[in-house]
Design a protein around this ligand. Structure first.
Ligand code: PMV
Length: 351
């Protein structure tokens, strides 16, 4: 008999405090209305067949099992193999921790979340894969357990990861992070624009493109080195960022969007000061500000000029949304409207 479970989770956007949160400062993040979906069903034979379909920038199929055989890779294989690494680790983790396995399983992933763009595609993959498999194998699937399992898998693949992304993918809504503790918040919905520089330049060789899978790690390490070189100055920048998040929370609670935008602009300035704003993302922010946005900033890890400036910016557009979207598209960005506070993990049996 066919058994089919579908899990879907949202993307995340960090509104305030990325990078500074790595050093215990406060950050505010939200789920946004772009989702990643994992469908788990039974198949003949043994082992896992993973099909990744329709993720912006690539598609591929792979058979995981004794032979680890790959089929039909195309386009951006290095980023694809990064996603596969999260799926493979999730399977290994559930086998070890809960003893799943022993039957043929099909795992199909599709997503609206661009990769390596600061929007939480890795955590979304972990949460949705863990949730769908736990449900499929009739394991306890309470949300906190799924979040913890997914965070363990994310850390096992990428070394270190703050709890921000897996918390947002699991719970949705808004979360505040302070000293690695996650607090869920009720805040008003915002209409944002997200501009992503997502194209890997064709001139970029295979070695270069494989670096993308470690982009966040590399940028976080560069910030650490700079912080150590300018210890006393960076202390003030980091304290300012912490204070900024506190102000932003109060502005959101009051519905003061002009203030919120002004604080986003300052946050962007602080991110520039610590060296995570490449030229292409800087231009998207400046252009949005000039065209009348209430606020604009880089979101997530940011980017590096020598990695093509790949990353995303968040814009609180006020009345200027249409012209900002056009200008960002002309500048080569993938541009989407985004609503904050999107619902978290949804699991359903579809067959
Ligand atoms: O770009 P992303 O989605 O990997 O976000 C990174 C956010 C950082 O604050 C830079 C790192 C972290 O673990 O919080």
């Amino acid at each position: 008999m066919m058994k089919q479970i579908r899990a879907s989770v949202p993307a995340k956007a960090i509104l305030f405090g990325e990078h500074f949160v790595v050093y215990g400062k406060r950050a505010l993040a939200t789920a946004i209305n772009r989702r990643l979906m994992v469908v788990v069903s039974n198949r003949a034979g043994r082992g896992y067949h993973v099909k990744i379909d329709n993720i912006p920038t690539f598609g591929l199929q792979m058979v995981l099992g004794h032979e680890h055989r790959m089929a039909y890779p195309y386009k951006d294989f290095d980023n694809a193999s990064k996603s596969i690494a999260y799926v493979r680790k999730a399977i290994e983790y559930l086998e070890t921790e809960y003893g799943i396995g022993g039957q043929g399983v099909e795992i199909e992933i599709s997503s609206e979340i661009p990769l390596a763009a600061g929007l939480g595609s890795s955590a979304a993959t972990c949460v949705a894969t863990i949730a769908a498999l736990k449900h499929y194998f009739s394991l306890d699937s309470d949300l906190e357990g799924i979040r913890e399992d997914a965070h363990s898998v994310e850390k096992a693949v990428q070394g270190n990861a703050s709890p921000v992304d897996t918390a947002i993918s699991t719970y949705g809504g808004y979360v505040q992070i302070e000293r690695a503790k996650v607090r869920r918040l009720q805040l008003p919905e915002l209409d944002l624009i997200i501009g992503t520089i997502g194209c890997i330049p064709l001139s970029m060789g295979i070695n270069k493109s494989s670096e993308f899978s470690l982009k966040t790690k590399k940028i976080v390490e560069e910030v650490k080195v700079r912080k150590e070189s300018f210890e006393t100055v960076f202390k003030y920048i980091f304290d300012a960022a912490d204070e900024l998040t506190a102000h932003a929370l109060r502005a959101m609670e009051r519905g003061d969007f002009a203030m919120l935008g002004a604080l986003m602009n300052i946050n962007h300035g602080l991110l520039d000061a610590i060296g995570v704003v490449p030229r292409r993302l800087s231009e998207l922010v400046k252009q949005s500000q000039e065209l009348g946005a209430l606020g604009a900033k880089v979101t997530g890890a940011g980017g590096l000029d020598n990695m093509g400036g790949v990353g995303s910016v968040l814009v609180l557009p006020g009345e200027a949304g249409d012209r900002i979207k056009v200008a960002m598209e002309v500048a080569g960005a993938l541009v989407k409207g985004a609503k904050t506070g999107e619902a978290g993990l949804k699991i359903e049996r579809i067959g």
